[in-house]
Design a protein around this ligand. Structure first.
Ligand code: G3P
Ligand code: CA
Length: 387
C-alpha cells in the first residue's frame, strides 16, 4: 500500500562459506537456550545471531499452501522446518486488540463480504495516500472479527488453497505468543516469530498506536529482550525507532523499491527515499537503532525492463559493513512472482525455476529470505550450503 510495493496481485505469467550452517542443518535455536551461541553460524552469538544462515522465514506462515496469517499456515511452516515464522503482520481492532492481517482491509483475506450484518461497514478510506474500498479492522471489535474466517488472497495463483477457505479464524497477537510457547514445548525446539507493525502512522492518527500495544504484549509474555525469539519489523523507520525505545528485541527496517518513501517520511516531510536509505550513510543511520534490513529482492539484484535479473547491487556488502543483517522478501514458486528468466511457461499457478532464483540470491550473501513456500526454500538452502 502507498509507498510500499505490493507484488502479490500478479495473475499472468561464488557460493558463500556457511559450513557451520550446513553442518547444523535447519534446526533453529536450542529449546530454552535462545541466547546460546551456535557454533558455525555466521553471526556466532546469541539471540538472532544463533539462527542458521541463510535463514528461511515462512512468509505469513506457509502461505503458498494455506490462507495467509492463520494458524494453519503458521503451523505448516513449522512442520516444513521454517527457521522463523512471520506471525504475523499486525493491525489493531476498534477496541485496541492486535490481530494478524497483512493490511487493515480484510475483504481480500476473509469472508466478511458474506456477512450481511457487516455490509454497512464497507467503506472507502485513504490509506497511506491510496484510496481503498472494503472493510477495515479498525472498524470492528475483536469479537466481531472472530466471527469471520480466512480465505485465500490469490486464488488465481493458488487455486488449491481455496480448499481451506473458511477453516481458520483471524489470530490475535496474544494468541500467537501463546502458540509460540506451545509449539516450542511440543516440538522441543525454540520457535521464532517475526511480527511486523503495519501502517503504524495511519493507526497512530486513529488513536490506535501499535508499538506500545505490541511492547506491552511482549513484556507480558517475557519476550521483550535482546535474546527473545521475536524479531520485529516495519516499513516505517519511526515505528522501529519507537520500538527500539520500548523493547530490546532485534529490529529490522523494511525497504521497498528505490523510488519509494516510507509513509512516515511522507507525513513528516522527510525527503529521503529508499534509494537514500540504502546508501552507506542511510544504512549507518538505520544501524543506529536497528539490527537489520528487509529489502525487496529487487534491491539485491535489480531486474531489467524485461523482468530478468541483472547484476547484484552492493547492498549486501554495504549493509554488512554497517553491521546490519539482510532478510529480503519474497521468494514464491509461482511464475508471475519470479524474475522473467526463471519462469517456465505462462501458467499463473505454474511453478518456475525457483531453485535457480534461490541460488542467484543466496550467492549475494543475504542472511536469509522470506518465502511463501518454506519447504522449497529449505531444499534450495541445502543445495546452496552443500555446494
Ligand atoms: O515483512 C517482509 C515482507 O513480508 C514485507 O512485505 O508486504 O508481505 O508484508 P509484506
Ligand atoms: Ca510482512
Amino acid at each position: 500500500m502507498g509507498a510500499q510495493e505490493s507484488n502479490e496481485q500478479a495473475r499472468g505469467t561464488g557460493r558463500r562459506a556457511v559450513l557451520g550452517a550446513a553442518v547444523l542443518g535447519t534446526g533453529g535455536a536450542v529449546l530454552g537456550l535462545p541466547g546460546t551461541a551456535r557454533a558455525g553460524t555466521r553471526h556466532g552469538g546469541g539471540g538472532v545471531k544463533s539462527l542458521p544462515v541463510p535463514t528461511i522465514i515462512g512468509h505469513r506462515g506457509a502461505s503458498g499452501y494455506r490462507p495467509e496469517h492463520t494458524f494453519g499456515s503458521y503451523e505448516l511452516a513449522l512442520d516444513m522446518g521454517a527457521h522463523v515464522v512471520e506471525a504475523g503482520d499486525l493491525v489493531p481492532t476498534r477496541d485496541g486488540h492486535i490481530v494478524c492481517r497483512h493490511e487493515p482491509e480484510i475483504g481480500g483475506t476473509t469472508d466478511v463480504a458474506d456477512h450481511p450484518e457487516f455490509a454497512g461497514r464497507k467503506t472507502t478510506k485513504v490509506l497511506d495516500g491510496v484510496s481503498v474500498t472494503g472493510w477495515f479492522t479498525e472498524d470492528f471489535t475483536l469479537a466481531e472479527l472472530k466471527t469471520l474466517r480466512a480465505i485465500e488472497r490469490i486464488p488465481d495463483n493458488r487455486p488449491h488453497n481455496k480448499l481451506y477457505d473458511g477453516r481458520w479464524e483471524i489470530p490475535t497477537f496474544e494468541e500467537v505468543l501463546q502458540w509460540q510457547d506451545e509449539q516450542t514445548r511440543k516440538r522441543g525446539k525454540q520457535v521464532w516469530i517475526y511480527p511486523e507493525t503495519k501502517h503504524p502512522t495511519y493507526f497512530r492518527k486513529l488513536g490506535l498506536g501499535l508499538e506500545e500495544r505490541v511492547a506491552d504484549m511482549l513484556r507480558t509474555y517475557g519476550k521483550d529482550r535482546k535474546n527473545s525469539p521475536v524479531i520485529l519489523q516495519s516499513f516505517e523507520p519511526s515505528s522501529i525507532q519507537r520500538l527500539n525505545k520500548l523493547v530490546g528485541n532485534p529490529l529490522a527496517v523494511l525497504l521497498s523499491g528505490p523510488t519509494t518513501r516510507p509513509w512516515d517520511f511522507v507525513e513528516a516531510g522527510d525527503p529521503r527515499t529508499v534509494a537514500d536509505l540504502v546508501k552507506p550513510e542511510g544504512l549507518k543511520w538505520i544501524a543506529s537503532y536497528a539490527n537489520g534490513i528487509g529489502p525487496t529482492l529487487d534491491l539485491i539484484i535489480p531486474r531489467d525492463a524485461s523482468g530478468n535479473l541483472t547484476r547484484p547491487t552492493t547492498l549486501v556488502e554495504d549493509a554488512h559493513a554497517a553491521g546490519l543483517i539482510l532478510h529480503p522478501w519474497t521468494l514464491r514458486n509461482e511464475n508471475p512472482f519470479l524474475p522473467a528468466n526463471f519462469r517456465k511457461g505462462t501458467g499463473a499457478d505454474a511453478y518456475g525455476d525457483v531453485f535457480g532464483a534461490y541460488q542467484a540470491y543466496f550467492a549475494t550473501g543475504i542472511d536469509g529470505v522470506f518465502t511463501d513456500q518454506p519447504d522449497t526454500g529449505l531444499l534450495a538452502r541445502e543445495d546452496f550450503v552443500n555446494g
